[in-house]
Design a protein around this ligand. Structure first.
Ligand code: 5GP
Length: 199
């Protein structure tokens, strides 16, 4: 009996990057909520040591862990790639990603620049990197201020400084999307995804 080639085809990794407030998480979440795409793409859930924001849920948005637990998992090689972002650890759990990709499942991840570079290096053939650009720095600033607690001015300033630096990296990505209008940006992301998986 001939082997079904489709069964052996590894899944693709869609890494969505962009500065804090660019709308990358909303875009990826909305993409997966699309009926057609939802059957073809799953979201990888990261570990983080940063505190939960209001509205975030354990296991849905992140696996929120303590710093000692994160370091234990890192030492045990259970984290595929990780970063320290504004003082907190973030990392991709190794086993779920490896097994899903091997099993032909496409995965979407929102990562920082370091994470995007590492995944592209580990999986050069099946990693697709997408950079989400905000319409302007002023819009970005307003979005970051709106998200961070009003009292946390220091974090707002740090995220804005980092965002300026991150914007300079956009040209190294496979695709760039301007997120001025969410529906238009979502349509672009959907087209990229369908084209890349050959649907
Ligand atoms: P936030 O605190 O806004 O949720 O995330 C901060 C930054 O960390 C964002 O750029 C986000 O995409 C990135 N990030 C989230 N999870 C991971 C991860 O597992 N690995 C890496 N490298 N970056 C991550």
């Amino acid at each position: 009996m001939k082997a079904d080639k489709r069964q052996n085809k590894p899944g693709k990794i869609f890494v969505i990057c962009g500065p804090s407030g660019s709308g990358k998480t909303t875009l990826l979440t909305s993409l997966i909520q699309d009926k057609k795409i939802g059957k073809l793409l799953a979201k990888s859930r990261s570990l983080t040591t940063r505190p939960k924001r209001s509205g975030e849920k354990q296991g849905r948005d992140y696996f929120f862990v303590t710093a000692p637990e994160f370091r234990r998992l890192l030492k045990a090689k259970k984290i595929l790639e990780w970063t320290r972002y504004l003082g907190y650890y973030y990392g991709t759990p190794r086993e779920p990603l490896e097994s899903q990709i091997k099993g032909g499942r496409n995965l979407g991840l929102c990562l920082d620049l370091k994470g995007a570079r590492i995944l592209k290096k580990i999986y050069p053939k099946n990693t697709v990197t997408v950079f989400v650009l905000p319409p302007s720095l002023n819009v970005l600033k307003a979005r970051i201020e709106n998200r961070c607690s009003k009292t946390n001015k220091k974090e707002v300033a740090r995220r804005i400084r980092l965002a300026r630096r991150e914007l300079l990296a956009a040209s190294g990505f496979d695709y760039c999307i301007l997120n001025q209008n969410l529906q238009i940006a979502l349509k672009e992301l959907k087209d990229i995804f369908l084209q890349e998986i050959g649907a």
